[in-house]
Ligand binder design. Structure first.
Ligand code: CP
Ligand code: NVA
Length: 302
């Protein structure tokens, strides 16, 4: 049966760990100039209904590095954008391609694409989840905090959005303590929080100090995600103070790292000073998207 990469909750800890191990291995091979081409002759189709820099470029470059090729399919240019059903798009593209990646709004649309496609489907971000990012994030955390993340404290500050949802699952599965600080009404998905409370050391609070206390990793994301542009002004008001700045860092462990999935809005969720002081890990994290996506592709297509 074909395998998809849609949600981290459908991956066991062993599968997730194996993916991160493979990403680390592919990264080392690339650094040593010893890459092989396991995906020769394979084609990845990438459907984008939202903007992207990192996801698009790293999947495309990654596919080339693995010996295959990638097609950028903007929904503005394919018939999907003119109302062709996702079920038909899935069945047609499955006849031409070996793998599909999609970035869209509704998680349900990705699920329908995967249900009708006979080839593996990768979730390249929905309003609900961003699992690809979290594979790169966990690789970065391992690089800075050691391979065993058990007992390390992860703190996310800001909007309870797609990133928060996926980070809760990925970090808790990895044995980390997870702390979320966000304003009332902007919490992560209720089902994920329920699962988190039942399956790990989890706290969601409005209090940044409480969430960041002793944290090994501080993480944030934009206050207004793609598709929420109309709410940006109201969100700037609601999220005031939910920022990674010098004060937030003072609550965390002395050797805490700061991560951000990017793009960053300096002066909103993070200060320019913290961004620059932690540029090393933040841009390692961005680089790790490449290695993580290659691992996802190899694991689905090998
Ligand atoms: N972090 C992330 O997914 O970046 P892009 O939107 O540029 O792909
Ligand atoms: N929460 C952000 C993540 C961007 C990578 C968004 O969905 O726009």
């Amino acid at each position: 049966m074909k395998k998809d990469f849609l949600l981290l909750s459908r991956y066991t800890l062993e599968e997730l760990s194996a993916l991160i191990d493979l990403a680390a291995e592919l990264k080392a091979k690339r650094k040593a100039g010893k890459e092989d081409k396991p995906l020769e002759g394979k084609t990845l189709g990438m459907i984008f209904e939202k903007s992207s820099t990192r996801t698009r470029v790293s999947f495309e470059a990654g596919m080339y590095q693995l010996g295959g090729q990638a097609l950028f399919l903007s929904s503005a240019d394919i018939q999907l954008g003119r109302g062709e059903p996702i079920e038909d798009t899935a069945r047609v593209l499955s006849r031409y391609l070996d793998c599909l990646m999609i970035r869209t709004f509704e998680q349900e649309k990705v699920e329908r694409l995967a249900a009708y496609a006979s080839i593996p489907v990768i979730n390249g971000l929905t309003d609900f989840a961003h699992p690809c990012q979290v594979v790169a994030d966990l690789l970065t955390m391992r690089e800075y905090k050691g391979n065993d993340l058990t007992g390390k404290t992860f703190c996310y500050i800001g909007d309870g959005n797609n990133m928060a949802n996926s980070l809760i699952v990925g970090c808790l599965k990895s044995g980390m303590n997870v702390r979320i600080a966000c304003p009332q009404g902007y919490q992560p998905d209720a089902g994920i929080m329920q699962w988190a409370l039942e399956n790990g050391n989890f706290l969601c609070t409005e209090n940044i100090r409480e969430a960041a206390a002793g944290a090994d990793v501080l993480y944030t994301d934009v206050w207004a995600s793609m598709g929420q542009e109309g709410e940006a002004k109201e969100r700037q008001r609601v999220f005031q103070g939910y920022q990674i700045n010098a004060e937030t860092l003072s609550y965390a462990a002395d050797d805490a790292i700061v991560l951000h999935c990017l793009p960053a809005h300096r002066g909103e969720e993070i200060t320019a000073e913290v961004m620059e002081a932690h540029a090393a890990e933040i841009f390692d994290e961005a680089e790790n998207r490449l290695h993580a996506h290659k691992a996802i592709l190899v694991s689905l297509l090998k």
